[in-house]
Design a protein around this ligand. Structure first.
Ligand code: CP
Ligand code: NVA
Length: 323
């Protein structure tokens, strides 16, 4: 559904198959499942095209402006969105700090949609993203919340596809905290045919509801496993992925987490259990010496900067589709 022509409170999720894939105007990306599996595949193809030959897209967003709202710090997401918008001929305005402290979120959304054509928001709470999307008449894109990081997963799938020429049948092992990044990899990876094995310490598993959703929406034959055994998850993997043990907003728990995650570091011994052709992945920023050793992240098999580069191209494709 096109928000421009819709009543503000009508939502547009899962209506993918009604729309031409090339254009999904007015749709949100509040979380991974807002794009169907077909749309995801299309987005990855478009991202590859835009990456290879950006010139034809240089004015696609001419006269279009986006609001960037960042409650938490960001290097990659903020800069790649700003660059993506500018490289497509549009422009962006940025506000940092708490969203909705001075006025209700529904009012924030109904201001921004009068001035700009889309909202990109990084928030502490997923509920903030959903409230903005509920009230905004322009697309709302989740730039990371406590629960999801869908834009990261798009770039990661593009990176895996570049590395292996396909996604179907690959095994991705995620070792560490069952956090926002793990959730998005489960939901996006499984629908694109990637087997996902998550290994966490007890008490840090991914949300059971999201694991169940990933299984329900997975491509045929995809295996989703959740274990406390890092070696079991990594064995035979094509990609080994980790993220910080303490996410933004959890700083008070960092001492405890360092103790709880001690056996979940991706070091050379653990990485050696993956396939010989396996790549190492990390969304960045990393804490070397905690979730990953310097030797692994600096190794030839590390693709972390390809992932970072692909944030730009994947988000360009996303903006082209939603706007
Ligand atoms: N990976 C990622 O989202 O990085 P930033 O926190 O720097 O945006
Ligand atoms: N899980 C991390 C990801 C940062 C890109 C966090 O939420 O802080």
């Amino acid at each position: 559904m096109n928000k421009d022509s819709a009543a503000p409170l009508r939502r547009s999720r899962y209506s993918a198959d009604r729309a031409a894939l090339w254009k999904l105007p007015g749709r949100d990306l509040t979380q991974d499942l807002d794009l169907s599996a077909r749309e995801l595949s299309y987005l990855l193809d478009l991202a590859a095209r835009v990456k290879q030959d950006p010139a034809p897209f240089a004015t696609a967003l001419a006269g279009r402006y986006l609001s960037l709202l960042f409650e938490k710090p960001s290097l990659r997401t903020r800069l790649t969105f700003e660059l993506a918008i500018k490289q497509l001929g549009g422009d962006a305005v940025l506000t940092t700090g708490p969203i909705g402290d001075r006025e209700p979120l529904k009012d924030v959304a109904r201001n921004l949609d009068r001035w700009t054509h889309g909202i990109v928001a990084r928030t502490f709470s997923q509920a903030t993203i959903e409230e903005l999307a509920r009230w905004s008449r322009v697309p709302v894109i989740n730039a990371l919340s406590d629960r999801y990081h869908p834009c990261q997963a798009l770039a990661d799938m593009l990176t895996l596809k570049e590395c292996f020429g396909r996604l179907e049948g690959l095994k991705l092992a995620f070792v560490g905290d069952g956090n926002n990044v793990a959730h998005s990899l489960l939901l996006t990876g499984a629908r694109l045919g990637v087997h996902v094995a998550v290994a966490t310490p007890a008490g840090y598993e991914p949300s059971a509801a999201i694991v169940e959703e990933a299984r329900r929406h997975a491509a045929p034959g995809v295996r989703i496993t959740v274990t406390h055994d890092a070696a079991e998850a990594v064995r035979g993997a094509d990609a080994v992925y980790t993220d910080v043990w303490t996410s933004m907003g959890q700083e008070a728990e960092s001492e405890q987490r360092r103790r709880d995650f001690r056996d979940y570091q991706v070091d050379e011994n653990l990485f050696a259990l993956a396939k010989r052709s396996a790549v190492f992945m990390h969304c960045l920023p990393s804490k070397r010496g905690e979730e990953v050793t310097d030797a692994v992240i600096e190794s030839e098999r590390s693709v972390v900067f390809d992932q970072a580069e692909n944030r730009l191209h994947a988000q360009k494709a996303l903006l082209l589709m939603l706007l």
